[in-house]
Design a protein around this ligand. Structure first.
Ligand SMILES: CC(=O)SCCNC(=O)CCNC(=O)[C@H](O)C(C)(C)COP(=O)(O)OP(=O)(O)OC[C@H]1O[C@@H](n2cnc3c(N)ncnc32)[C@H](O)[C@@H]1OP(=O)(O)O
Length: 505
């Protein structure tokens, strides 16, 4: 098989920054530029549009100052405009050496935005390219709205390419600016162009308006393009650009004839860092980098993973510096729970495992999200419940809390087969519950232990929203002792701890 190497140009710092509400600081741009080139090993990065602001100028200066001695300057690109040398002056000041000149790739944009003829546009481009050359700046040329141009003004596109391919430029950059292409059109348009200009380097720049960007990238490569423009997490204007991580995985898994230098194992780290810098959160189901994409939720799948990895595909999380997870909830069976126990280094016998599974399903039914961090708490709660010895049952209760009135509780409780009902008020709902309980016990001539300490703990782990543990220390004449209750509701967890106490005295 004949292989060919293509260039990956990451434009997170330029087109990715065009995500609404996103702006990188100069130091964030420098950090990411280093990470993208040194660690992720993309071939080129586009870091800014010229003329935008003083902050951008400083950001490009910082990147150029770092890149020059490291030998990366030819990999650092800046988008420029056909503006009579203004962008080039900006480039010089910034110390950047590669311009990606934004020109009009459709007659529609040329006529209605620039209000120029093709001849005038080409003449101005020729001038910019020649000036750049004199300044030692390399030029790549963007044909903005090229995809619509191929649909609506193909003659213009070819007239333009006939002109461009005779210019001293390095690459022609073909953007699907508005994300309008289907994969079939992408393949057909690019094939036609590459056959006509076999000696020119073409990059494809995809947008994701129809969620087709990765499919388009794949067809562009099959058609023979020499480079791709991608962004971390698919960031970019509107629905964003073709996402780097997905494109890399597709190339590595489905296009063995294409070689790229990007390091898969660093994709996740970079994705997380970009998300942290921008506040642009990664959807949980985003391929490769989303939080949930390597999580098995269904018990059958977890079981199959223990039997010859039956539910694995080629996207193994370890490739991307990640680990497979097994979710806990309504659809998790014993196998999911076993996988989590293994990770925590815990073992349970069959009966204990059954009880813990039942408890997790019960929580899942209440729409609670249970995480691995909750597991030790659930195990401890289930195992010290000791239900077969239970003689006191809190059967039902109503807790009220309203503005201007004291909280109150009505309680129904069974003690050694006899049912009691009492109501009381209190300073809080749990206090009202304890007061109602005291009434029951006083009536029976029994004492309740004194509550001497009350602590609430949330199981650690930022993802947990399921559980809260209340730990209460009680005092009798003979001893101090502690009981725990676990529930998604704090008062209910305190009542559960109290019920355990009632069964111990
Ligand atoms: C492929 C892409 O994603 S394109 C994205 C390009 N990058 C950017 O736009 C970066 C953010 N932009 C900016 O900061 C500003 O728009 C600037 C600094 C570039 C220009 O700002 P302003 O001078 O205020 O102009 P404005 O923002 O209104 O842009 C419109 C002008 O640009 C002109 N223009 C559009 N495309 C081009 C081009 N390729 N080359 C030169 N001028 C262009 C328009 O014709 C219009 O000029 P006019 O006012 O004379 O009619």
């Amino acid at each position: 098989m004949k292989t060919r190497t293509i260039e990956i140009m990451d434009t997170t710092l330029r087109d990715g920054e065009q995500t609404s509400g996103v702006s990188f600081s100069a130091s964030e741009k420098l950090t990411l530029a280093k990470l993208l080139l040194e660690e992720l090993q993309v071939d080129r990065i586009e870091v800014a549009s010229a003329r935008v602001s003083e902050g951008e100028l400083q950001a490009v200066k910082n990147i150029a100052d770092w890149a020059k001695p490291e030998g990366y300057l030819s990999k650092v690109e800046v988008l420029t405009f056909v503006d009579n040398g203004v962008s080039l002056k900006w480039m010089q000041e910034a110390g950047a050496k590669v311009q990606n000149l934004l020109t009009k790739g459709s007659l529609n944009h040329l006529t209605h935005q620039l209000k120029k003829t093709p001849e005038r546009h080409f003449a101005e481009i020729e001038k910019v390219v020649s000036e750049a050359q004199k300044l030692g700046i390399d030029t790549n040329v963007y044909l903005e709205d090229w995809s619509n141009g191929m649909r609506n003004s193909k003659d213009y596109v070819f007239q333009f390419l006939d002109f461009l391919t005779k210019q001293p430029i390095k690459r022609v950059l073909l953007p699907d600016t508005l994300g309008v292409l289907t994969h079939t059109e992408t393949g057909a348009f690019l094939k036609e162009i590459i056959e006509r200009y076999p000696n020119t380097h073409f990059d494809f720049h995809g947008h994701n308006d129809y969620d087709l960007s990765v499919a388009n990238v794949m067809e562009a490569l099959k058609a023979g393009v020499h480079g791709l423009h991608l962004t971390v997490n698919g960031m970019g204007e509107r629905a964003g650009n073709a996402p780097l991580a997905s494109a890399v995985a597709v190339i590595n898994d489905f296009l063995p004839e294409i070689k790229i230098g990007v390091k898969e194992s660093s994709l996740y780290k970079v994705s997380k860092l970009v998300s942290a810098f921008t506040g642009f959160s990664i959807p949980d189901n985003k391929p490769i980098v989303g939080d949930n994409v390597f999580t098995q939720t269904a018990g059958i799948h977890a079981d199959g993973d223990s039997k010859k990895n039956l539910y694995f595909n080629d996207l193994l999380p370890e490739r991307f510096g990640r680990k497979r997870k097994y979710a806990l909830g309504k659809t998790s069976g014993k196998a999911n729970i076993q996988k989590n126990l293994q990770e925590l280094g815990l073992t349970l016998n069959d009966d204990e495992l059954k009880k813990v599974t039942e408890r997790i399903i019960e929580l899942g039914d209440k729409k609670e999200r249970v995480t691995k961090d909750d597991l030790p708490y659930i195990i401890s709660d289930v195992l010290d419940s000791n239900l077969h010895q239970q003689k006191v049952f809190v059967k039902s209760y109503v807790l009220t809390h309203s503005k201007g009135l004291k909280p109150s509780t009505t309680l129904s409780i069974e003690i050694e087969g006899k049912t009691y009902e009492e109501s009381s008020q209190g300073d809080g709902q749990f206090d009202a519950f304890i007061n109602a309980l005291k009434k029951v016990y006083n009536k029976e001539g029994r004492d309740l232990p004194k509550l001497v300490d009350y602590a609430v703990r949330i199981p650690p782990g930022s993802n947990s929203d399921a559980l809260c543990e209340t730990v209460i220390t009680w005092q009798t004449k003979e001893k101090d002792f502690t009981t725990r209750g676990l529930d998604s509701d704090q008062t209910v967890s305190a009542i559960k701890a109290t019920e355990k106490m009632l069964n111990l005295v």
